[in-house]
Structure formats: structure tokens, C-alpha cells
Design a binder for this molecule. Structure first.
Ligand code: URA
Length: 194
């Protein structure tokens, strides 16, 4: 099966998984972008606008992401964007540990299908799935080798945090600008060709 079809099949499976927390209370926001991308961005959970449009990062945080992509010359369509929790928690609260635990097997399968060289996490929830002990204030902007998968992880602040504080915006902008360099310098190639 090709990568696009494998992602579609996984999405179908999630749509019908009635045991998944938040099923029935919000739309599935599976993810979007190039299914062959070398870089996958993983946020926290959809917000109101994402839920309405069934697309990740299309509200204020998404606008900032788009601005950053433009700054570094990466078309948004050239990467893949998703969230660790794929339905909107009520009232935009943080995703809880049960929601995260139930969603991560799907996230892992999604990553395995896309097989990126670099995972960029946005915020602490997705970072802590890969690096349980890390704190975002010290880990942001650094590249970590994910031993198990020959893949790099680059944690960034969540764009919503950057929008709240000038200091975080500066760090977020600087970290984002490092991404091109990290991608150019990595010798990690996708296992499967295009
Ligand atoms: N915040 C997230 O973490 N994800 C989205 O898709 C939108 C806002």
C-alpha cells in the first residue's frame, strides 16, 4: 500500500474508534501535509477553529506557524502537521494523560508511515511523549537523536506560548530559523524513497 493510502486507512480507523476519548464530542483532526515529508510537526490538540475546519493549526497559532514557514522558505504543504491528541478537548483545556495515552499509538503509527527524518514538537505535551523527563525551557531549539528510530527530535515552544510572551517569541523565532540548518546537516535519510 502506498503512504497516502496507509494514512487514509489509519484516519478511517480513528474516525470509527468509539473507544477513543473525545469521540463524539469533537471532529477528528487527523493531520495534513506532504505524506512524504522529511519533517513532521506535532502540536497539542485542535482548538475551536481546527475543530470547525478539521485542519490542524488554522487559528492564531497556525497563523504564526505560517509566518515562520514563510520566513524560512518552507511551503506549509512541504511538511506534515498534526497533533498528539486529535480531537478538541472541551473548553480548550489541556489534554489529559488518558487522552494522550489513548492517542499515542495512533500518532506512532502515523509517524511510522510517514517516516520523517525530523520530528518538531510544539509545546510540552508532544515533547514529553518522546522525552518524558525534558523541560521545554531547557530542551527547546536543541536536536535530540531518537535512538530507536534513527530520527531527530527538535522541541520548540508552542506558538500560543510565543504569542503570549515576547521572550518566548524571540526563542521560538530563533529556534525555527535553526530548522533549515538542522535539516540540511542531518545525514538521516528516509528509509523509503519517494
Ligand atoms: N494548537 C495546537 O496544539 N494544535 C492545533 O492544531 C491548533 C492549536
Amino acid at each position: 500500500m502506498n503512504i497516502h493510502d496507509a494514512l487514509e486507512q489509519l484516519k478511517e480507523e480513528m474516525e470509527h474508534d468509539t473507544a477513543l476519548p473525545l469521540y463524539g464530542s469533537a471532529n477528528l483532526v487527523f493531520g495534513e501535509g506532504d505524506s512524504h515529508a522529511r519533517v513532521v510537526f506535532i502540536g497539542e490538540a485542535p482548538g475551536r477553529r481546527e475543530d470547525a475546519l478539521r485542519r490542524p493549526f488554522v487559528g492564531q497559532s497556525g497563523k504564526l506557524l505560517d509566518k515562520m514557514f514563510a520566513k524560512i522558505g518552507w511551503p506549509r504543504e512541504s511538511v506534515y502537521i498534526t497533533n498528539i491528541v486529535k480531537r478538541r478537548p472541551p473548553e480548550n483545556r489541556d489534554p489529559n494523560p488518558q487522552e494522550i495515552a489513548a492517542h499515542t499509538p495512533y500518532l506512532q503509527r502515523q509517524i511510522d508511515i510517514i517516516d520523517p527524518a525530523i520530528i518538531v514538537t510544539l509545546g510540552r505535551f508532544s515533547m514529553n511523549y518522546f522525552l518524558p523527563e525534558a523541560t521545554i525551557s531547557s530542551a527547546h531549539g536543541n536536536a535530540f537523536q531518537l535512538e530507536s528510530h534513527n530520527r531527530l527530535l527538535v522541541p520548540l515552544y508552542h506558538p500560543a506560548a510565543a504569542l503570549r510572551s515576547g521572550k518566548m517569541m524571540k526563542a521560538f523565532t530563533e529556534d525555527f530559523q535553526k530548522l533549515s540548518e538542522i535539516l540540511e546537516n542531518t545525514s538521516i535519510r528516509k528509509k523509503r524513497g519517494r
